[in-house]
Design a protein around this ligand. Structure first.
Ligand SMILES: [Zn+2]
Length: 200
């Protein structure tokens, strides 16, 4: 797999085959899966309007990478700031990072187990809210860090689809079946808007 910047350049290459650009976008989504790869993929392709027939609108792929890269740029800035702060903390003798910093190490920052149920705002907006919630230390309270809905901290948020337990969380059999079926629909690019209702 190539680096994010290299794959992003291939996505934007309007002289390239749209199918090759499509696969490069997939690579970028694997590099920065804010909601987990599947839900991130659904979010990007729906918001950018990537058609089932790519040749109908190949520039939709550029719109998708623009949104993903905007969020990733902000994330890199956060990571750089964090690394700088950690160097100072270590110099002051604090060897372990604070518990409130642990979310910074997650791969999927706002993991959504069902690929069709995730926040539908721009990724960078959701990332900003995650940062605010974590900096204000909302996590130990029974509130969803992404949408602010009151709910147990160790459960899927039924309002926005984010599961704070991350990719290791086990869904019930029916939910898992639904999530898998939804993914097949997403990958075939027939899925439309995110679903916000009734998966409990
Ligand atoms: Zn939520």
């Amino acid at each position: 797999m190539s680096s994010f910047p290299a794959a992003a350049r291939r996505v934007r290459d309007s002289s390239a085959d749209p199918v090759a650009r499509f696969w490069a976008l997939r690579e970028c989504s694997l590099h920065f899966p804010l909601y987990g790869f599947r839900a991130t993929w659904h979010h990007l392709t729906v918001r950018a309007g990537v058609p089932a027939e790519l040749s109908e609108d190949p520039e939709s792929l550029t719109r998708a990478i623009d949104e993903l890269e905007e969020a990733r740029r902000h994330w890199l800035l956060l990571r750089t700031t964090y690394a700088r702060r950690r160097r100072i903390e270590k110099a002051d003798g604090q060897r372990q990072p604070a518990r409130t910093d642990q979310w910074l190490s997650a791969t999927s920052l706002a993991y959504c187990p069902d690929p069709q149920r995730h926040p539908d705002e721009r990724l960078v907006t959701v990332l900003h809210r995650l940062v605010d919630a974590n900096m204000n230390n909302l996590q130990p309270q029974p509130l969803c860090a992404v949408c602010g809905t009151a709910r147990p901290v160790d459960m899927l948020c039924t309002a926005c689809g984010v599961d704070p337990r991350g990719p290791t969380a086990k869904l019930s059999g029916d939910l898992q079946k639904q999530a898998t079926a939804n993914w097949h629909e997403v990958w075939n690019r027939t899925a439309q808007k995110p679903r916000r209702s009734a998966v409990n």
